[in-house]
Write a protein that binds this ligand. Structure first.
Ligand SMILES: Cc1ncc(COP(=O)(O)O)c(C=O)c1O
Length: 369
């Protein structure tokens, strides 16, 4: 199998470490090691100081799996497999799908959520939101795509790149429709916990459906992308076993230091999530004020959750705008052409501390663009 190139990752590879100002990152700022180690409780400090750099358990450090399970109602450590988030998408799709299966996936989106299925030989239908409706994903549209052969419904809420989040009723309708069609849900919840209003938080798919798989990880919400630690939680023991068997051909096990650092981060999660939610709210307010000042050029359907949103360029030509912006001011913005989703929008990242400063730099060069 040879998946098509991952357009967004290729774009980031070109600019992420050369452009001085990033305005499209989807993660919250990476935490400094000093701060992470200072957050450690006695048990974690001992784990860190006594750590040996051997292989680790392939499903993950037991204490880490236990901590993760504690975040999901009804889950135990036995329901958890850890790995890099991107790896776990690859592993899950390979474990669950066969050529000819039908898959429905939210779109636009993180490319591997549909590209791996395509590379396996599945038929993929794309469930798209409506911008004029605040990027709402209509469960009625999903229902029209479900067929008897649909094996998997892949959803990503809070949604990258729009920041869309269904209501509880819409979410329940989508999950029920998938179940009634005999399809399993794969729910990418990498941005869950970053709701602008925590009252909007959806249940995790693995909490409401015994066969569903929920993906999350340290990268976005907790500001620890460099650990490359994520997890899938499911109450379907056979599916978890299939994933474990496949993962023997990817990384086998995670990095030992990363597992301990992830455990430290998760035990401090309340403070980290609050800090990041507050930053995102502040950055969104700055973006909305910017759009109000330049409404002849830009429009925003505000996000409800997550750390990214889509800004519309009323004149289109987003790729050209982004190229001129990086050349002129060293500011990297991501055009939606990298999502194969037209060329009228750019993705704005809301999770970085310097976002208002970078936005001010953009505003200063705007007349020249
Ligand atoms: C929706 C979604 N899922 C999964 C991932 C993969 O996360 P990671 O880069 O930590 O492997 C990303 C990263 O951008 C993402 O946006």
């Amino acid at each position: 199998m040879r998946p098509a190139p991952f357009a967004l990752e290729r774009y980031f590879a070109r600019y992420e470490f050369s452009a001085p100002y990033l305005l499209s990152s989807s993660d919250c700022d990476g935490l400094p090691m000093r701060e992470v180690l200072a957050m450690a409780d006695d048990e974690c400090r001992a784990l860190w100081n006594d750590l040996r750099l051997g292989y680790t358990e392939s499903l993950g450090l037991p204490q880490l799996r236990g901590e993760i399970a504690g975040m999901y109602e009804g889950a135990t450590a036995d329901d958890v497999i850890t790995g890099a988030p991107e790896e776990l998408i690859f592993v899950a799709m390979n474990a669950l799908l066969r050529p000819g299966d039908r898959v429905v996936c939210t779109y636009p989106g993180y490319q591997s959520l549909y590209e791996i299925a395509r590379a396996i030989g599945c038929i993929v239908d794309l469930w798209q939101p409506r911008e004029e409706d605040g990027w709402r994903f209509d469960p009625a549209d999903l229902a029209t795509m479900l067929r008897p052969g649909t094996r998997l419904v892949v959803v990503n809420f809070p949604h990258n790149p729009t920041g869309a989040l269904p209501t509880r009723e819409e979410y329940a309708a989508a999950i029920t429709a998938a179940r009634d069609a005999g399809a399993r849900a794969f729910s990418d919840e990498m941005y869950r916990l970053l709701e602008l209003d925590p009252g909007d938080r959806l249940p995790s798919a693995c909490e409401v459906e015994p066969e569903a798989l929920s993906l999350s990880g340290m990268s976005k919400v907790f500001g620890m992308a460099g650990l490359r630690i994520g997890w899938v939680v499911t109450r379907d023991a056979a599916a978890l076993q299939e994933m474990a068997t496949f993962k023997d051909y990817t990384t086998i096990c995670s990095s030992a230091p990363s597992e301990v650092l992830a455990l430290i981060g998760l035990r401090a999660r309340t403070a980290l999530v609050e800090r990041h939610r507050a930053r995102i709210a502040r950055n969104l307010a700055a973006l909305e004020a910017f759009v109000a000042r330049h409404d002849e050029r830009f429009a925003l359907a505000p996000p409800r959750a997550g750390s990214v949103c889509l800004l519309r360029l009323k004149d289109g030509h987003a790729s050209d705008f982004c190229r001129r912006l990086v050349d002129k001011a060293g500011i990297m913005l991501l055009p939606t052409s990298v999502f194969q989703f037209g060329d009228d929008h750019v993705r704005v990242g809301l999770g970085r501390e310097n976002m208002p400063d970078v936005l001010a730099r953009l505003e200063a060069v705007l007349p020249e663009l």
